[in-house]
Design a protein around this ligand. Structure first.
Ligand code: ST9
Ligand code: ZN
Ligand code: ZN
Length: 331
């Protein structure tokens, strides 16, 4: 693309986002210029050791699966879904993008579910995620996918952040997050809530209610489930920024990746999501491969959520024709 085309593309890109979104923090900023030179790479050996141990523990969990009872396996799936929703319906669609409104009981449930997922507290997660959208694929993006699959998948958690991530992140408003007592309460008691909800509850429930061994409880619904949820989440940053079609905007890296959508309970439609970050469904296709959208719809039906933001069909069609790669199937 020429400079003029790039400018034009960015104006169109941000035009759609600015018309609907409630927070300017997640809108792409094209004024940021990366500094010249290689990004610093300072290893954090504590994280490298802990992540290695976690993945070894998860592999041991895989070996224990045949000795787990059916009830424990069902419980593992339940824990997977609860922790996944704490990230997708909670930290992501509600708190990072404000794509719908949730009542206090639902916010409390999502905050507890988020602690079960142990992916940093909601405030930090949403702050980093807004920086990811605003400075996508640059040095100021915490998991900048132009640094390769490994970096955007897990590597970014094993090294110190690029100084631009912190500098740009400090300029975000985040007032909405600070004003939410549920977010601030979870931040305050984060470590305790993680020990309880990510490790102790998944382990003790099967032991107490149906006599599962503590070892299986710890390694299968505990470590294995936690590690799978982490990797499913990280695939959105890695695989869904590398492989898939770009029906809505061929000028950006994020892609539509159905396999990631499946494992990440609806979060793999990433070209759509970066094009319209305020859409509560993160997809044009409703609940298809999208358990999170079905969950939010159910919450609305029960009166626990409301004001879901949705991109109009006309806006999608116009955008597909203007900047899509020609692969859109919706006509
Ligand atoms: C994890 C997170 O896994 C996963 C997030 C994935 C996001 C996915 C998004 C995709 C879309 C949604 C899809 C969901 C799909 C879900 C599917 C489910 C099935 N702005 O951090 P420090 C400040 S976590 C402003 O130490 P270092 C900070 O406040 C896994 N400020 O930086 C602090 O200030 P002060 C478990 C910022 O030293 C100072 O800077 N957890 C920002 O570079 C230093 O902060 C871990 O593995 C910002 N953006 O260390 C631990 N960032 O001093 C991970 C920082 O004033 N974290 N600041 O307090 C760490 O250990 C460290 O952060 C580090 C960097 C080593 C990575
Ligand atoms: Zn992304
Ligand atoms: Zn997002």
């Amino acid at each position: 693309m020429t400079d003029a085309e790039t400018r034009n593309h960015r104006e169109q890109r941000n035009g759609d986002a600015m018309t609907e979104t409630s927070t300017a923090d997640d809108v792409f900023d094209d004024t940021y210029k990366e500094k010249v030179g290689k990004p610093p790479r300072i290893f954090v050996w504590r994280n490298i050791t802990l992540m290695t141990l976690l993945h070894v523990g998860a592999l041991y969990g895989v070996l224990l699966v045949p000795s787990a009872s059916w009830s424990t396996l069902v419980w593992t799936v339940v824990c997977y879904l609860i922790s996944a929703l704490g990230v997708t319906a909670g930290a992501h669609r509600l708190w990072s993008h404000r794509s719908y409104k949730a009542s206090v009981p639902l916010r409390v449930f999502l905050a507890l579910a988020n602690s079960m997922a142990f992916q940093n507290h909601i405030y930090e997660w949403a702050r980093d995620h807004r920086v990811h959208h605003k400075y996508s694929e640059t040095d100021a993006d915490p998991h900048n996918a132009t640094r390769g699959f490994f970096f955007s998948h897990i590597g970014w958690l094993l090294v110190r952040k690029h100084p631009d991530v912190i500098e740009k992140g400090r300029k975000l408003e985040l007032a909405d997050l600070r004003a939410d007592p549920v977010v601030m309460f979870q931040k305050r008691y984060y470590k305790l809530s993680v020990v309880l909800l990510c490790f102790l509850v998944p382990m003790f429930v099967p032991w107490y209610f149906w006599g599962e061994t503590l070892k299986v409880g710890y390694f299968v619904p505990g470590l294995l489930r936690y590690t799978v949820v982490l990797n499913a989440t990280w695939l959105v940053n890695s695989a869904a920024h590398i492989w898939g079609n770009r029906p809505y905007d061929k000028g950006i890296n994020p892609r539509e990746n159905p396999l990631v959508a499946l494992s990440a309970v609806g979060e793999g439609f990433h070209n759509y999501h970066h094009t319209f970050p305020f859409d509560y469904a993160t997809s044009e296709f409703g609940c298809k491969l999208n358990i999170t959208t079905a969950f939010i719809d159910l919450m609305c039906f029960m009166g626990l959520a409301k004001d879901c933001k949705k991109v109009s069909k006309e806006m999608i069609t116009a955008r597909v024709q203007r900047t899509g790669d020609g692969s859109n199937k919706s006509g």
